[in-house]
Design a protein around this ligand. Structure first.
Ligand code: FES
Ligand SMILES: [Fe+2]
Length: 410
């Protein structure tokens, strides 16, 4: 455990610190409803931070592709003829159509736009406009698909739509590399169910608020509590990532899934004794999490659509050495996860609805919600405007920029 001291300190003083109420406050209620803030979040957070899209093993063959829409931008990830992974904006240079309309598939050795039929090579260059005599000669590179910044880290494919404050993904995740190396994430394979997505009627931050802390686990998640007991611990967000780790509690589980999961889960090759009996979560600012289990690895993420509408998306991967027993363990961990997600759905909904109540005057965060507190601190770092009342209509961006300038000057 990298932060044993932090953990000890937080556990030993739990409930007895003199931290004032004001320092325990969450984000202001207006931040969950402001359309102006949402547009600013789309730009500063979602377009300018790395987003995980898939694993390289999702697109093993030339022409295999995956597409993903995020806050109005459209990513296209594909495997080219030389085996390299490439990322483009899914935006035809002619009139902006999607060049590939499906969420995944294989486009063979070229991409043909479904609108007028412009043809692109797998390296993104324009092969030919439809009826080329109707247009002046077009430079194949200048009129090729616009490349998207991308990086493959431990097999996972990331994109970024606009330049942003984060370092390369490898640097962002460097402090977890030693721990992660034993999982050989680069060798993972898809679970065969593909990437899932769902729409939920809440503000996206409500999902993060519920997900970023384990204080609710003993009460709200009987399955996780059965699996972990009080071993669950969240470390705060630092430099854009956070870690939660929990060893299994000793003894048999009470619930069917947990009891059988603990019984069936084999000693997985390559993992140390601790990690063979533990779940590890790595949160990445602003909106996604890797769940790293002995039997499988998942990611899940959220993208806002409107103030009260959010897309959730995720996928699950299996180990390449999976046998029947490990497969059964993966089924059971997935079942525990599914039940947990359903329980969180309700809590997220209620968190969102609370802010509509005339009696709602914010929250108070315990020492066991340091994940939420540090996450809000990270948001306040990007949007210092969140430390005050809602700015007058039309002034949020300017007010925030002024506060950022003042913070830089100090
Ligand atoms: S928009 Fe793609 S060919 Fe016209
Ligand atoms: Fe939860």
């Amino acid at each position: 455990m990298t932060n044993a001291n932090e953990r000890q300190a937080a556990q030993s003083n739990g409930g007895h610190t003199a931290r004032p109420h004001a320092d325990r406050a969450g984000l202001p209620a207006w931040s969950y409803f402001s359309a102006e803030l949402l547009e600013a979040e789309k730009d500063a957070l979602f377009r300018r931070h790395w987003q995980v899209i898939c694993h390289a093993s999702d697109i093993p063959a030339p022409g295999d592709f995956i597409t993903c829409d995020i806050v109005g931008d459209r990513a296209l990830i594909l495997r080219d003829g030389q085996g390299a992974i490439r990322a483009f904006h899914n935006l035809c240079r002619h009139r902006g159509s999607r060049v590939l309309g499906d969420e995944r598939g294989n486009c063979r050795n070229s991409i043909v736009c479904p609108f007028h039929g412009w043809v692109y090579n797998l390296d993104g260059t324009l092969r030919q406009a439809a009826q080329p005599g109707s247009l002046p000669d077009l430079d194949p590179v200048e009129w090729g698909l616009k490349p998207l910044e991308s990086e493959v880290w431990n097999g996972f494919v990331f994109v970024r739509f606009q330049p942003g404050p984060q370092p390369p993904v490898a640097a962002l995740m460097a402090r977890w590399e030693a721990e992660l190396s034993q999982y050989r994430l680069d060798r993972l394979l898809p679970d065969g169910k593909g990437v899932w997505s769902d729409e939920v009627r809440v503000n996206w931050k409500c999902i993060r608020d519920v997900d970023n802390e384990g204080y609710h686990v003993p009460m709200a998640h009987p399955g996780l509590d059965d699996l972990f007991g009080r071993n669950y611990f969240d470390e705060p967000f630092r430099e854009g990532t956070a870690r939660s780790y929990s060893r299994f509690r000793p003894g048999d589980g009470r619930l069917w899934s947990v009891r059988n999961y603990k019984k069936i889960l084999p000693e997985v090759d390559g993992l140390d004794a601790d990690h063979r009996r533990a779940w590890l979560y790595l949160g990445v600012f602003p909106n996604f999490v890797f769940g790293i289990y002995p039997d499988s690895v998942i990611f899940y993420q959220e993208f806002p659509v409107e103030v009260g509408r959010t897309i959730q998306r995720g996928a699950c991967y299996r180990r390449p050495d999976e046998d029947r027993r490990l497969r059964a363990a993966r089924y059971l961990s997935g079942r525990i996860d599914r039940i947990t997600s359903r329980e969180d759905e309700m809590l997220t909904q209620w968190t969102w609805e609370a802010a509509f109540s005339s009696a709602y005057d914010g929250v108070i965060l315990s020492d066991l919600e340091t994940g939420v507190k540090s996450y809000h601190d990270a948001l306040r770092g990007v949007f210092p405007v969140l430390t005050g009342p809602e700015p007058a209509p039309g002034t949020l961006l300017a007010r925030n920029a002024a506060l950022c300038d003042a913070a830089t000057a100090n």
